[in-house]
Design a protein around this ligand. Structure first.
Ligand code: CA
Ligand code: CA
Length: 195
């Protein structure tokens, strides 16, 4: 028994360190979403999948989408000021930065096609698409919480922690029409189970 307990302990301590999600309270001017910094060492796609697989109090997780100065300030001061992947990428069209997941999936926030007033928080000279190509969004690249483009295809192999946001809106799923007809009832069932 003691040996089994020791193995369970070892398995538990090997998991990524999860902190308690932090609420951005509506009464404090927030959006009612929860945020969680996950200490890890993963590439952006792994972080995207891990965030999408996470849920908290019945809300689906996604890599954080930071769409206002107030949200940026809340995360940086109340959740984490550490380097982390968040949900933006320009891998589809170089220089066109979109939110990839969450309620804002598909929305351009920087570059050609970005709506006037769209929020971004790049560091000086970023995004610079350095090193033969950087297509993924890093939060808190500098001490002031500024953003950087990082990761592949040129600057590949870059590993970071990540920030999950848990929002009320359903996660958007893009599937071919026939697949969607099959998948939607399954997704609804899976969502009911989680709630
Ligand atoms: Ca790029
Ligand atoms: Ca960069």
């Amino acid at each position: 028994m003691r040996r089994q307990l020791a193995m369970v302990f070892l398995a538990t301590t090997a998991l990524p360190a999860l902190s308690a999600p932090v609420l951005w309270d509506v009464s404090a001017g927030g959006n009612g979403h929860y945020y969680d910094f996950v200490q890890a060492s993963v590439d952006w796609d792994t972080a995207l999948a891990a965030a999408a697989a996470a849920s908290h109090l019945g809300q689906n997780g996604y890599l954080a989408t930071v769409t206002s100065a107030a949200e940026q300030a809340f995360i940086f001061t109340a959740v984490s000021s550490q380097l982390a992947w968040i949900g933006g990428s320009d891998r589809e069209t170089e220089g066109v930065w979109k939110w990839i997941d969450g309620p804002e999936a598909g929305q351009i926030f920087f570059g050609p096609g970005a709506p006037s007033g769209a929020y971004s928080n790049w560091g000086a000279a970023e995004p610079n698409n350095c090193c033969s190509g950087e297509d993924y969004l890093q939060f808190a690249f500098s001490g002031a919480g500024l953003w950087n483009d990082h990761g592949g295809p040129g600057n590949s192999g870059q590993l970071n922690s990540y920030l999950i946001e848990y929002g009320a809106a359903p996660v958007q799923v893009t599937l071919p029409g026939s697949l969607a007809l099959i998948a939607m009832p399954l997704l609804a069932l899976s969502y009911r189970r989680r709630v």
